[in-house]
Ligand binder design. Structure first.
Ligand code: HEC
Ligand code: HEC
Ligand code: HEC
Ligand code: HEC
Ligand code: HEC
Ligand code: HEC
Length: 263
């Protein structure tokens, strides 16, 4: 018991540091802000406001794999150099925001190439936006709750069929032969008194396919071959790649440490 208290206390100091260091993370994001990314490589120079991309809205409609594997968005803010011309040609945001693709029979508005300059501000806007906050509140209202992140239990929402993220985009996703889904496994937290971690391959594959994790985040050769610690996770590596900014955050200890207590 003493060990676990020390380990946990040390980790909380680390959590504090992680938040203090991370520039834009001066305070904990509110549920509607969690997962929002500001994209600002080119727009300011072009005299436009930077762009805000909301994960909560998009992940409710599409799997992570559609955007991060098939369309090719990077998993670090600002890493994809998105040009207006590319959007206009149907790449990146323009894969869907092309004025032709449909969402529930409604045409999705166009990115960058539209003639209607009033529409540019839907994406090119970083100020406080009460309409978007309201849209989030209405969306979250009937979904299972969680304490951290967006305040939504995305896993349950998907399992219960309350959301149904699309996993294939016509004309963009390549049909692949489905690979055999791997068994769930547990990871020992290696500290007396700390519950071990259960990792579900099948649940993760629903959102991520295989390619989002293998081989970039995990080599996936053999369980146990790569060693990672909680500190690595807080630095945004391994599980922390997603479980820091978009999937439920690392502060939610019990959601990962659910297995039997280590000896
Ligand atoms: C509709 C497309 C779309 C979907 C769906 C999507 N993402 Fe993203 N994601 C993006 C874009 C765009 C960025 C920003 C990329 C850039 O700035 O270069 C991003 C960035 C990220 C980042 C980096 C965030 C940061 O602040 O550095 C992570 C992590 C991430 N996504 C994980 C996920 C996970 C996990 C899922 C599924 C639950 C997901 N994404 C679903 C488009 C998407
Ligand atoms: C895989 C398809 C897809 C991709 C890729 C995508 N979006 Fe969307 N986006 C949608 C859909 C569907 C909606 C909801 C439909 C609507 O509001 O017309 C939406 C809505 C939005 C909204 C909310 C509009 C509002 O006020 O209602 C913004 C802002 C937005 N997207 C920005 C972006 C940006 C920026 C990118 C690229 C970095 C992007 N989207 C990439 C499908 C996509
Ligand atoms: C669906 C979201 C979306 C909409 C709507 C949108 N844009 Fe963009 N635009 C982006 C994203 C994302 C970037 C990349 C931002 C960055 O890196 O600074 C971008 C970048 C740009 C750039 C700088 C890129 C370059 O190649 O130099 C210009 C100029 C631009 N947009 C013009 C427009 C105009 C004009 C409109 C309205 C007719 C518009 N955009 C509407 C998403 C959008
Ligand atoms: C969210 C991330 C994630 C996704 C998605 C994922 N994996 Fe893995 N996979 C892991 C982790 C973590 C390990 C353990 C290896 C490690 O720790 O480096 C692993 C291990 C493996 C192994 C080695 C198994 C063993 O017994 O040692 C194989 C094979 C594998 N994955 C295949 C797949 C396939 C096929 C898919 C898609 C159906 C998939 N993975 C999806 C994270 C993922
Ligand atoms: C996204 C899943 C996840 C969350 C959330 C999470 N952990 Fe972990 N934790 C792990 C993994 C994976 C390991 C490494 C397991 C191994 O050794 O293979 C680990 C290891 C640990 C260890 C062992 C020592 C070390 O540093 O590796 C401790 C102690 C620990 N976690 C405490 C915590 C505490 C406290 C929290 C909440 C602040 C937390 N964890 C949240 C996944 C998680
Ligand atoms: C590629 C992104 C990604 C990586 C890497 C990743 N996860 Fe997840 N994980 C998700 C998403 C998305 C969900 C759905 C829930 C959410 O978004 O909050 C999820 C859900 C979970 C859940 C809840 C599912 C359940 O079993 O009920 C656990 C536990 C979990 N992850 C642990 C881990 C651990 C441990 C690792 C590292 C070995 C890891 N994750 C790596 C994206 C990821």
């Amino acid at each position: 018991m003493r060990y676990i208290m020390i380990a946990v206390a040390a980790l909380f100091v680390f959590v504090g540091l992680a938040f203090a260091e991370g520039g834009s993370m001066k305070r904990k994001p509110l549920p509607f802000e969690f997962g929002s990314v500001v994209i600002e490589n080119f727009s300011v120079n072009a005299g436009l406001s930077p762009v805000v991309f909301e994960h909560w809205l998009h992940r409710s409609k599409y799997s992570c794999k559609v955007c991060h594997v098939d369309i090719g968005f990077g998993m670090v803010a600002g890493s994809t150099k998105i040009r207006a011309a590319d959007n206009g040609k149907g790449f990146y945001c323009g894969s869907c925001h092309n004025g032709k693709s449909k969402d529930n029979k409604k045409t999705i508005f166009e990115a960058c190439s539209g003639k209607d300059s009033q529409k540019c501000g839907i994406c090119h806007f970083t100020g406080r936006n009460p309409q978007r906050e309201q849209a989030f509140a209405e969306f979250a209202e009937n979904l299972p709750k969680e304490r951290f992140g967006n305040g939504i239990n995305w896993q349950l929402a998907e399992e219960k069929g309350l959301i149904n993220p699309i996993n294939h985009l016509e004309g963009i996703s390549i049909a692949r032969n489905a690979l055999a889904v791997q068994k769930d496994f547990s990871l020992d937290a290696k500290i007396a008194g700390m519950p071990s971690i259960i990792f579900s391959h099948s649940k993760h594959t629903v959102w991520n396919g295989c390619e989002l994790c293998h081989p970039d985040i995990f080599l996936g050769v053999k369980k146990g071959a790569t060693k990672y610690s909680m500190i690595d996770l807080f630095q945004g590596k391994y599980c922390g790649f997603c479980h820091k900014k978009v999937a439920f955050p690392l502060s939610d200890c019990q959601r990962c440490h659910v297995g039997p207590i280590g000896q």
